[in-house]
Structures are given as C-alpha cells and as structure tokens.
Write a protein that binds this ligand. Sequence first.
Ligand code: SF4
Length: 406
Amino acid sequence: MESIEPLGKLERLGGAAQYDMCGSCVNPKGDTLAHRQRGEMGKWVYPAAMPDGKHILLMKVLMSNTCENNCLYCVNRSGKDRPVLSFEPEELSSLFMNMFNGNLVQGLFLSSAIYKGVNRTMDRMLRTIEILRCRHRFRGFIHLKILPGADLGHIERAVKLADRVSVNLEAPSGARLKRIAPEKDYTEELLSRIQYLSGLINKANYGRRWGPKGQTTQFVVGAAEEPDTEILAVTKNLYDRLDLSRIYFSAFQPAQDTPLDALRPTPFLREHRIYQVDFLFRRYGFAMEEIGFNGKGLLPLGKDPKMIWAENHPERFPVEVNTAPRRVLLRVPGFGLKTVKRVLEVRREHKINCISQLQMMGAVMKNAQGFILLNGVYPGKPLSSQMEIWEPEKVHFGESTIASPV
Ligand code: SF4
C-alpha cells in the first residue's frame, strides 16, 4: 500500500469518488450539469440537496481505490496496475472533522472500492462513521454506500448511523448488468439489499421527530444498450414498491483505459430527459403509461416529455386557470410546482386576468399559452392553431407490463 499523507489521499480518493452521482445535487428541473459541479476545494467537495431543499457541501470520498470486482466501466476495477490507496478509519474521521471544523464541508459521502473483501471494507467504513458519531459527536449529514453483497448485520449498523444509504443498481435488469459488471449478482447482491433496506428504513422512520432516513440508487445510462423504457419502468417500481427517496441517473462516459473506453458516450440530453420523467413520476403524478417513447424505447430528445404528453392529449385541454384543480394545472406544460402553488394561492383572493400575472408566478408562457384559458379566453393562440402533434406515428406510450425485477 502506498504511504501518502492524508490530504494527498483525499485528493486522489475524492477524485475517484466522482463517478457516483447518488446524493449529488440535481436541480428540480433535472439540470444536466448542476450535479457535476464541484466546490472550490477541487475533486472532493460536492453540493448536495437535502430532503428539506437546503444545499450543503459534502466531502465525497472513497475508503479505498482498489477493487476486487471487475466492472467494465470502472476506473477502480481489479487488474489495473496502480498504487493501492486506503484510509484508516481514525485517519479519515480526523481529516473530516478538521474540514468540518474549518467550515469547508457540512457532511460526508463515503463509498469504497472492495478491498480485501466486502465485509472488511464495510466494517472499516462503518468504523469511520462510528468514530464520527460517538467520539466526535458529529450529528450532521452522512451518506453511506452499501457495497454489493454486504452482510445484513452491516446493513443494520449502517441504517443506525447514516442519514442516507444507497445500493447502486447501475442497470435495469440482471441481463443488462452482466454486460457491464459481470461479477455482480443483480438479484442477490443488489436488489435483495435494497429490499432489506426498505423494511429497515420504514421501521427506523417510525416515530422519528426529525428528518427521515432514506435510500437512493443510481443507474448508468447507455452503457448496456438498455432502452429508457427499461430504466424508467424499474424506476417507477422502486419508488412505488420500495419507497426509494431518490434515483440518480448518470449518462455513461467512457473512462480511459477501461474495457468500455471505445463505447460512444451517452448524450447528457438523454440523462436530462430521464430526470424530467423521474420528476413527472415523483412530483406530478404521471404513470409509466403516460410517457411517450420512440420506436426504440427511448425518450425523444427534441421535446420535453410533459409537452409530448400534452400535445398527444388535446382532449384534456384547454384548462381554465381560475377554476381547474391542482392535479389538472400540474399537467399544463410550462406550469411547475411553484407556479401551481402560487396560482392556487392567488385565485383564492382574486381572479387571474392576464399573462403577466402568470409570468410573475413563474409560468413559462411560450409553453403554456396554447393549453390554458383565462376567464374563458385563450391568452395566446388556441391550441389547435399552433400545435404540432409530436410525431404521433413515431411515439408510443409506456406500458406498465414492461418486465421489471422489483
Ligand atoms: S464494485 Fe465495480 S463499480 Fe464498484 S468499485 Fe468495484 S469495480 Fe468499481
């Protein structure tokens, strides 16, 4: 193992943690770049959104950089000739507390490559957090990665110590995962751990007076040639059946000197469209069947998925802004959650009469105007005169019956 001072390790093990998006900051509109921004501290400080909407700076770091697994997209996989770097629990906890006391970070994201066994690695990660919680009395945010195949006892310790935990699925099925991570067992090592966590977290949250614990996962988008239909069907099931807090999507970008380095990178716009649908599921009440896909099962890149739905459902429009219920207003393109909240508040006091009022509430009128009425009158051109139905012969809508392992 290479001998190197703690800050040097942080620089290198923080840089190696960048590929994990879980817990990173994604703007509510599914911004493709916000979650890749880093702090001024270089490679190891990331902004992260908390459940209450606040943002904090996380120290994001690996316990070790050398893995026994051979995931084909990963820079830390086995068989690479590189110096082994690893933190000791005492060393990492002291380093974190120095950064925390210096006001450089407010929370910790701890992951690791699997070095000398899953259980040994999990034990060292948990020991680091125990030192922070018990000896340093750190009460701030900690996100802990659960390694594939982690022992159930370690998972129970993790739920007691961390605010967020995550098991990365990376692919929407066992067959897809085999193509990019041949040694991981999708059902036994990943999905069963997510299911176990789901039960533990529900129990842990029972009667809690402060923020809920939660679990997240991540998909690598595009590396296993999976269509968006597969990723989104599993995503919807994970939210509905296992109560995941968030799911992150990472457009595959080939890393140098990996077996997949010749694959084409996935466009960030594809990741962005998937995030938009994720928001439609979680915040706007959309079902899988309402999402439009092209003939290859991909989301059309050229148009917002909510706009595609609206243009293909002219029978649902126009919507009268002054009387429509919340769930109907949420379906209007250009009306976000905050706009709808403001509309409901304002119209309790008086009628909304003009476009500028809606704009002040955050409505994007170029998207909304053909779909709404203000006091019975179109504020812009009527839908039928301006709408170009989005390639109806090429768009089909999702199916709830798409095979899903969850
Ligand atoms: S388990 Fe796979 S993705 Fe995780 S560090 Fe090891 S090789 Fe990389």
